[in-house]
Design a protein around this ligand. Structure first.
Ligand SMILES: Cc1ncc(COP(=O)(O)O)c(C=O)c1O
Length: 406
């Protein structure tokens, strides 16, 4: 009998061996218990999906335009959907979009994978926030990136620390040219970078010759209709340094894998080549449905309802935290998105507490896997998207009973 290491030697690529399991997906079996109140899954609520309208659109497209929507499509993507995306980007002040800069993708996760392949060589240092989105980190690791975390404060990443680290890495002779950031209603923290922090990051990127991936799947999900988040980094960029990722997953549904990446045309050309090798084209049917949904107003008309849906759940969670949290805890106060981030007293270990919490009927995601430096043992992510306000109240009460019993 050969050992697993012997069997793998010479068979599995270096690239494959760099792949890391996603700590949240690995928790899935734990989270299927009937009756469990789950703050774990970072997914949008199915109650926000316009299922009947999508069924009607899909049936019509297949019946009447089957030869188009069941056929292969262009690698850059459905032109109609691209047109709607360009309109949305212009409305956000991202006016430099052109057919050569826009690539439609199978979710923004695919854009993160393609960007990692196109921009990262094994051993390159890539800067990310502490904490950051595990799916993005996985793609960057898979490409061989050496991920270095930058502290994230209430108004964005610590840019002095970023500058210091870039200079230190370069002075050691290593490549450091890429920053990965989620400036709006961040996954996992719920934090939104301020307008001044965004402007300063774009300026720093110019000064230090950095590229910035701005991953932005949540910015339309703001709670106060009169208070949208600050303008995107991409809208401030004049030097072709910001690469902007958007997605319909949180404002329509993630089952239609419809997203986009806007980059300097030179970079976008390579992204298109990488996508050809990955899947030739995104699902023609998904993207045709997404285009029709945008034409019918299924996103814009429903956004006010989606915003108030999540606003109510977030308010329930913040109220319950205010009432139940033990001394020494702190948490973020999101103004949009799906997540609240909790820091427990320093002696608590959120991973160790999880089994007791699941036994008590409530689940969350321990924060440590979101930190590339292995810190954050006393943190956890709470998604308020899945449960209704009463369940949120009950779940937070159970969770802090366990924390208090410590
Ligand atoms: C920050 C961030 N980026 C990207 C994604 C992937 O989204 P998509 O469904 O568009 O692939 C997610 C999904 O949760 C996310 O939170």
């Amino acid at each position: 009998m050969t050992s697993s290491a012997e069997y793998l030697a010479g068979r599995i690529s270096e690239t494959a061996r760099r792949l890391r399991p996603n700590a949240i997906r690995a928790m899935a079996p734990l989270l299927t218990r009937p009756g469990l109140i789950s703050f774990a899954g970072g997914v949008p609520s199915a109650a926000t999906f316009p299922a009947d309208a999508i069924a009607r659109i899909a049936a019509r497209l297949i019946r009447e335009e089957g030869s188009r929507v069941l056929q292969y499509g262009m690698t850059r993507g459905n032109r109609e959907l691209a047109g709607f995306v360009v309109d949305r980007l212009r409305a956000k002040g991202i006016s430099w979009t052109s057919p050569e800069s826009l690539l439609l993708t199978s979710g923004s996760q695919q854009a993160l994978d393609l960007l990692s392949r196109v921009l990262v060589d094994p051993g390159d240092v890539v800067f990310c926030e502490l904490p950051s989105y595990i799916g993005g980190l996985s793609s960057l690791w898979a490409a061989g990136g050496d991920l270095v975390g930058i502290s994230l404060g209430d108004d964005g990443p610590d840019l002095d620390e970023l500058e210091r680290r870039v200079l230190a890495v370069r002075s050691g002779g290593r490549t450091a040219r890429l920053v990965y950031t989620i400036p709006t209603f961040q996954n996992p923290s719920g934090i939104t970078a301020s307008a001044s922090s965004r402007a300063a990051l774009v300026e720093l990127a110019e000064k230090l010759d950095l590229l910035v991936i701005e991953d932005d799947p949540y910015s339309e999900v703001y709670f106060d209709a009169s208070a949208p988040p600050p303008a995107s980094l991409a809208s401030m960029d004049t030097g072709g340094r910001v690469i902007y990722l958007g997605s319909l997953s949180k404002v329509l549904c993630p089952g239609l894998r419809a997203a986009w990446v806007v980059a300097n045309p030179e970079i976008s050309r390579y992204l298109e080549l990488a996508k050809e090798g990955a899947d030739l084209c995104s699902s023609t049917l998904d993207h045709a449905i997404a285009a029709e949904a945008l034409r019918e107003g299924l996103v814009d008309d429903r956004l006010p309802g989606i915003r108030s849906f999540y606003a109510e759940r977030c308010a329930a969670m913040l109220a319950a935290l205010q009432r139940e949290a033990v001394p020494g805890c702190s948490w973020t106060l999101p103004t949009g998105g799906l997540f609240v981030w909790v820091t427990l007293p320093g002696s608590c270990d959120a991973r160790q507490m999880l089994d007791a919490c699941v036994d008590a009927g409530v689940a969350y995601v321990p924060g440590q896997p979101f930190f590339v430096d292995g810190s954050g043992a006393n943190t956890l992510r709470l998604a308020f998207s899945k449960e209704d306000p009463d369940a949120i109240d009950a779940g937070i009460t159970s969770l802090f009973r366990i924390v208090a019993a410590g």
